[in-house]
Each structure stands twice: as structure tokens, then as C-alpha cells.
Design a protein around this ligand. Sequence first.
Ligand code: HSE
Length: 296
Amino acid sequence: MINIQIPATSANLGAGFDSLGLAVNLYNYVGIEESDKIDILSLDGTTVPTDASNLIYTSAKTLYDMCGKPLSGLKIHQKNNIPMTRGLGSSSACIIAGVYGANLLLGTPFNTDELVDIASKIEGHPDNVAPALLGGIVTAVFEGNHVYWVKQEIFRQLKFMALIPDFEMKTSDARECLPETISHMDARFNLSRAALFSASLLQGKYENIREAVQDKLHQPYRLKLIPHADDVFEKAYDLGAYAVYLSGAGSTLMAIVNGHDTCFASTMREYLDNMGLNGWQIKELSIDNQGTKVVF
Ligand code: HSE
């Protein structure tokens, strides 16, 4: 059995809707091997489809189909540490597990660029699948069937504090609440900030990133669906966060804080509890620069 480790991801990063994402050190683990039937086991009690509709299976099968190789079944063991439908790339992790695992089982017929293209086509946008595969911070444009991407490693000492609500936000629902069109002024607002974000993160100009995560494409619409999001943003900034943004399509709010910080998580915990948000989890994460890999 091939065992794979896939990182969680945080996409959009404020203004970079559908184009920026980064990988963090929270991992799903998937074991995969060929079998004469579909045999899927969730190792952590998370309910997952155990038939041919399982996302790891369907993603793997895409590669078998592309190679014209019949697939009678797969044995898949999945350990899901990435919370589902919370904006941390849980479905992208499944897609990457499937395509990366199948590529190995098939003798690596596809290179990394092709895997990014295939995974992005399955997901519909590249900003989660690309960093899940590649690690680091990824800037990506999906045009036609091809993703133009750059991965950059981040060695800066930063913590990514994931503030994870106790309710799901399905990406499909969170995309439906967005407007069809935006003004030229709003487009300019976003593209300047998306460009500023990655350049500032890479150069360590953290004083820029609070402005860089401002956005007019998705956060104003989606944050309305998260009770107390504004209060939590304000508290995170009070506690010294460099930037706070909605992770992916939500519901997680991500605060970027100084790597030497020691009190953000405990003070935020107290705050959330006082607000009655006891069900929210806080996970202290950092950048994963490696992406998906085989583990033993
Ligand atoms: N860019 C996507 C969105 C990320 O915001 O809808 C979620 O997969």
C-alpha cells in the first residue's frame, strides 16, 4: 500500500480569489492500493462515502481512465485530520490523494504540471489543489485546461491561527452568494491587493498584509453568513494579528500572527468562550513548504 500525506490549504488569502493559496501543517493521510473491489475505510470515524462516489476514488479513477487502464477497484484507507467543509481544503486533499496516489500506482505517467491541471479540472479552481500538491504559497491562473502556476517557499516565522466555526459552509453555497459582475473600481481594488499580498509575505513586509487581505469579491458576502465574524476579526486585530481573512470559502477565519506570539490562542479562546462560541476550535498552524509526499 502507498501511504500519502496531504496538507490542508488556505485559499484566496483575502483578495486573491481563486488564484492564491498556501499549504499548512495539518495533514490527511491516505493509504491506496489496487484491489479487485472498492474497499474504503475511514480510520478516524469521519463519515465518508465508501462506494464509487468517494472523492479519492473518483479522482484516482480519472487518471486510470486517461491512461485507458481498467480499474476493478481500490483499497483506500483515509485518516481525515482536516475538518470538512470549513475552508481548509478537505476536498482538495481528497482530490490530490486520488490523483497523486493513482499516478504512483500507474508508474508516474503524469508530471507535476499535468497533475496540477488534472486536479484543478476536477476541483474547478486551482487555489486549493495546487498548494495541496506543491506546498508553499502558490499563485495560479486557470485558463482553458491549463494552470499557469508559481510556487514559492516561505521561511518566515509566522503562525496561521485557524479559527474554525462549528458549522459547515459548502463551497457551492458560498459561491452562490457572490455577485455575477463587479465594477472596474472593485476589480482594481482586488488585483492590487492580491499582488501586494504575496510579494509582502515573501519579503517580510508584514505591515502591508492587513491592507492586502481587504477584498471586494467574496468576503463581504460570505462573512455575513458567519455570526460574530466581525467581532472575531476585530478581536484578532486587537491581539496583534498582522492580517485576518476568510480561509477559502469559509467558514474558517484565518489570523496571521507573529511566530513568536505566545498568547493569541489562549486569549482568543477565552474571548470565543465568553461570546458563547465554545464550539469554535483554534488550530495553531504554520506553512508547509513540501506539499504532498509519500510517507512510510
Ligand atoms: N477559491 C474558492 C472559493 C476556494 O473561494 O470559492 C474554495 O474552494
